[in-house]
Design a protein around this ligand. Structure first.
Ligand code: NAD
Length: 484
């Protein structure tokens, strides 16, 4: 098989196999062909991975930040040098067009390795002067063994967004990719070793939810960082709470995008396309509820349909193609099911709506208009290329409706009124907001959700606080006063 890795798992600097674990078939979404067969981790493999991460941690944390950072920055360089090969693997694992994976996956992973590699040397505590010459100093310490659990939409990026800050702070990691896309995290682990990482600091094991669950409850684990759906997040957060573990939860969304009459229509349409159809709509922060002010609704829909007609759907390895298949047959069927619900509940289909015939898991980019707040397609995360366009009249009304959701991952506004843009953003109940653009997530900026969309932040300097803790040291310069 063309994309068969040397073995399923990567532990203590080496590929490790145990074929007694449940098989995991890797399917190329463009053709339905099996391109690799891996095996889910057995309890022995889980044990090996955790032991390896535990054994490597104190020596890794004892290295200087400069040394740790150097390893991460070397790994970033290797990833960039191999961007094309890594992108080809990612395209086969996920079905995303090569045109996208070449610029958004290994490159974004490399950005995280470079950014946190750069920060590693400057992670410090502080000195706090007190009365009478006493003082406190704080020591920033690693948490220990961290577990990363990934979703299938950005496998390389997720492996690095979790791994890079964890390692920069002196933690070690056991990463479990999604069972749907197990290939690229193995590449990340291999590259780190090539970059000079000590064995055991970044281990990858494969598996279904049960393997993730066994990692979360292990007493050796200090922190769990999950990217996944809200139902999984609830379970993982609850399991982690039992052991009082640190968590980061990057979960789902149903984000609003508001387009006012005065917006630049071309930019708003571009934002709506990026925020609904990039990666065939399989992006957590997508702005899938597009509120368009009544005055420009017809113009917006007309231009959107015109531009969607120019999308090139097809073989994701063809670099001209900009719209690929869904990650799996199951995910395609879920999204097609929502299209049926949209029609049944009275939304007006204005574009797409069909499966594209063939062996691959292709469906058309789909737009519904006249969607109302109560419709299922306006309330539930679809995680596919299905945009809901909703009408609105006033600023006050639209902000209240935009926030009327249990999710709070992202939100965007398109307007040329400067003060209104900031007023709206101040009112959004969401972790990541956009003014006159959508869905950009540079490593320098915090990324994450509020409400049911998550806890904690990835990227930026803030991620450091989620992968380290402060030890407080009180130093007395005076005699100790006791009452008796
Ligand atoms: P999922 O919740 O089904 O699975 C996520 C991961 O959790 C997988 O690796 C899975 O094996 C594992 N898992 C499942 N049950 C588990 C358990 N009980 N204990 C531990 N691990 C368990 O999600 P998915 O279908 O892979 O990904 C799609 C979801 O991820 C969407 O809801 C999407 O919005 C979300 N997502 C969020 C972000 C973000 O940054 N906020 C990014 C990408 C995807």
């Amino acid at each position: 098989m063309k994309f068969q890795p040397k073995a399923s798992h990567f532990i203590n600097g080496e590929y490790v196999e145990d074929t007694s674990g449940a098989p995991i078939d890797v399917i190329y979404p463009a053709t339905g062909e099996v391109i690799a067969r891996l095996h889910s981790a057995t309890p022995e493999i889980v044990e090996q991975a955790l032991n390896s991460a535990k054994a490597a941690q104190s020596a890794w944390a004892a290295m200087s930040g400069t040394e740790r950072g150097r390893v991460l920055r070397r790994a970033a360089d290797i990833m960039r040098d191999r961007n094309r090969d890594l992108s080809i693997i990612e395209t086969h694992d996920t079905g995303k067009p090569l045109q996208e994976t070449l610029v958004a996956d290994a490159t974004s992973g490399a950005d995280a390795l470079e950014y946190f590699g750069g920060l590693a040397a400057s992670l410090t505590g502080e000195h706090i002067p007190l009365a009478g010459g006493d003082f406190v100093y704080t020591i920033r310490e690693a948490l220990g063994v961290c577990v990363g659990i990934g979703a299938w939409n950005y496998p390389t990026q997720i492996a690095c967004w979790k791994g890079a800050p964890a390692l920069a702070c002196g933690n070690t990691m056991v990463f479990k990719p999604s069972e749907t896309t197990p290939l690229s995290a193995l590449q990340v682990a291999e590259i780190l070793i090539e970059a000079g990482a000590p064995k055991g600091i970044y281990n990858v094991i494969q598996g279904y939810g049960d393997v993730g669950a066994s990692l979360v409850t292990d007493p050796r684990v200090a922190k769990v960082s999950l990217t996944g759906s809200v139902p999984t997040g609830r379970k993982v957060y609850a399991a982690a709470a039992d052991g009082m573990k640190h968590v980061t939860m990057e979960l789902g969304g149903k984000s609003p995008m508001i387009v006012f009459d005065d917006a630049d229509i071309e930019n708003a349409v571009s934002g709506a396309i990026l925020g609904n159809f990039y990666s065939s709509g399989q992006v957590c922060s997508n702005g899938t509820r597009v509120f368009v002010q009544k005055g420009i609704k017809d113009a917006f829909l007309a231009r959107l349909s015109e531009r969607l007609a120019t999308a090139k759907i097809g073989d994701p390895m063809d670099e001209e193609v900009n719209f690929g298949p869904m990650v799996s047959e199951n995910q395609m069927n879920i999204a097609l099911g929502y299209i049926e619900k949209g029609k049944a509940e009275g939304a007006r289909l204005v574009y797409g709506g069909e499966r594209v015939e063939g062996d691959g898991f292709y469906m058309q980019p789909t737009v519904f208009a006249d969607v109302t707040d109560e419709m299922t397609i306006a309330r539930e995360e679809i995680f596919g290329p299905v945009m809901s366009v909703l009408d609105f009249e006033t600023e006050e009304e639209v902000l209240a409706r935009a926030n009327e959701t249990e999710f709070g991952l992202a939100a965007g506004v398109f307007t040329n009124d400067l003060t209104r843009a900031h007023r709206i953003v101040a009112g959004f109940e969401a972790g990541t907001c956009y003014i006159n653009t959508y869905n950009l997530a540079p490593v320098e900026a915090p990324f994450g959700g509020s409400k049911m969309s998550g806890v904690g932040r990835e990227n930026s300097k803030l991620a450091i606080n989620h992968f380290s803790e402060m030890k407080t040291v009180y130093v007395s310069m005076n005699d100790v006063e006791a009452p008796y």
